[in-house]
Design a protein around this ligand. Structure first.
Ligand SMILES: [Zn+2]
Length: 120
């Protein structure tokens, strides 16, 4: 079963390759969080009512690595956390092992999506 990432803080989606701001939702692939025109990750603007905001891209667990920083999907006010480890979960079938600064580790689906600080 695919569990979608929470989108409750999403304000708008931009594609910096296509130079489109607040893109048409029909042009956003919500399965991969990429632009349907250029197939690059879209920029997601997150904000909450307290005024916290973050600009992120969405990547699956199996594409994260130790250079990445993530924003927790249910509380963006906590800011960025460093990915400490990201690798196949040994003995857990097709699952993925992901360790996050101050958040311990999780065994997750390979295609569980995370809010990730843009790498550009
Ligand atoms: Zn695009």
């Amino acid at each position: 079963m695919r569990l979608g990432i929470s989108t409750g803080f999403d304000q708008r989606y931009d594609c910096r390759i296509c130079e489109v701001e607040d893109m048409d939702r029909e042009n956003l692939d919500r399965r991969t969080w990429r632009c349907k025109t250029c197939s690059e990750p879209v920029s997601v603007h997150l904000a909450n009512e307290a005024g916290d905001s973050q600009l992120v891209e969405r990547h699956p667990a199996c594409e994260l690595d130790t250079r990445d920083y993530i924003v927790l999907e249910h509380d963006i006010s906590l800011g960025l956390f460093e990915v400490k480890d990201s690798k196949p979960a040994m003995g857990k079938g097709n699952k993925w092992y992901l360790a996050i600064e101050k958040n311990g580790y999780d065994i997750v689906e390979r295609d569980k999506y995370y809010n990730c600080m843009p790498r550009g």
